[in-house]
Design a binder for this molecule. Structure first.
Ligand code: PRP
Ligand code: ZN
Length: 292
């Protein structure tokens, strides 16, 4: 079997972002809602849509070669102490969230030590235990698979350890974030199992496309006119650009055009500074694809 198999979250926040990334890599993915398996035409790739908690295991045991999964899920699985053979191939820079201990708004709990002897509800028992052990704290962990945020209100736990993204869920439940345990983003993980040359080539191709897509999203192409005399000053203002292109203007005795790829965000402040340095006709355009 020379097709690369990727595990993806079948539904949830990460699912949409993962599919969008693959589509930006030039892959057409048509799938119906309850379809678990999807064959891609453009590259020898198959997608397996499963629950995100299952992704690290499917990759670790080699059923899938790659997986796109949140660091929270990956770290929890790794912390289980069971044999695990997968590693991080790429950090994707989206689906940011954190695993945190949250307490009722009125609670005085501030540090991990304040949890001594208390009960904490969580879907992340392994990461919670690691944090407690590291803090030298003995506390009871109550394993729940969902709706963890209601535990304090039901008086079955004093605190929770759960994922926080916008903070809306905590606010709705009168909870506040007290201690951050782990910062998380979407990851590409890969199995430690060796693959044949053909498959390896497909994995590298896909990875290069992903990197190109992610880099293009952050990058902008800037064009502007500037005085030759102030060239150095203007070039130094361009964020994250390598050697820019300097072009003559048809009627330009004193002015030239500067074209540059900026690999960092271009903010209004930058444009204002460029303007003050004498730049004119400033254009900032998005970049669709990039390959070094
Ligand atoms: C997570 C978490 C919270 C919520 C936090 O659940 O368990 O319920 O997100 O996000 P917020 O800070 O933006 O409100 P998610 O919806 O990912 O799904 P799950 O609980 O079913 O795994
Ligand atoms: Zn939730």
């Amino acid at each position: 079997m020379n097709r690369v198999r990727i595990a993806l979250q079948k539904s949830g926040r990460l699912a949409e972002d993962s599919l969008a990334l693959l589509r930006n890599c030039g892959l057409h993915i048509n799938r119906s809602k309850d379809q678990l398996f999807c064959r891609v035409k453009e590259l020898p790739l198959d997608l397996l849509m499963i629950r995100d908690d299952d992704i690290p295991v499917f990759v670790s045991n080699g059923i899938c070669d790659l997986g796109i999964v949140g660091e929270n899920v990956f770290a929890e699985c790794k912390a289980s102490g069971e044999e695990f053979s997968a590693q991080i191939l790429e950090r994707l820079g989206f689906s940011f969230c954190r695993l945190a201990i949250a307490v009722p708004e009125t609670s005085a709990i501030k540090t991990i030590q304040d949890l001594e002897g208390l009960t904490i509800a969580t879907s992340y028992p392994n990461l919670l235990q690691m944090a407690l052990t590291e803090g030298g704290v003995r506390a009871q962990s109550l394993h729940m698979t969902g709706s963890v945020e209601v535990a304090p209100r039901l008086k079955i736990a004093d605190a929770i350890c759960d994922i926080v993204a916008s903070g809306a869920t905590l606010a709705t439940n009168n909870l506040r974030e007290a201690i951050t345990i782990l910062r998380s983003e979407a990851l590409v993980i890969r199995s430690d199992k060796k693959v044949c040359e053909e498959k390896e080539a497909v994995i590298q191709r896909l990875l290069n496309r992903m990197r190109g897509t992610l880099q293009a999203e952050d990058s902008k192409y800037i064009m502007l006119h500037a005085d030759k005399a102030r060239l150095e000053e203007i070039v130094s203002l361009l964020p994250g650009s390598e050697s820019p292109t300097i072009l003559p203007l048809q009627d330009g005795a004193t002015k030239v055009a500067i074209h540059a790829v900026c690999r960092e965000a271009v903010f209004w402040e930058t444009l204002e500074k460029l303007k003050i340095a004498g730049a004119s006709a400033i254009l900032v355009v998005p970049i669709e694809k990039m390959m070094a």
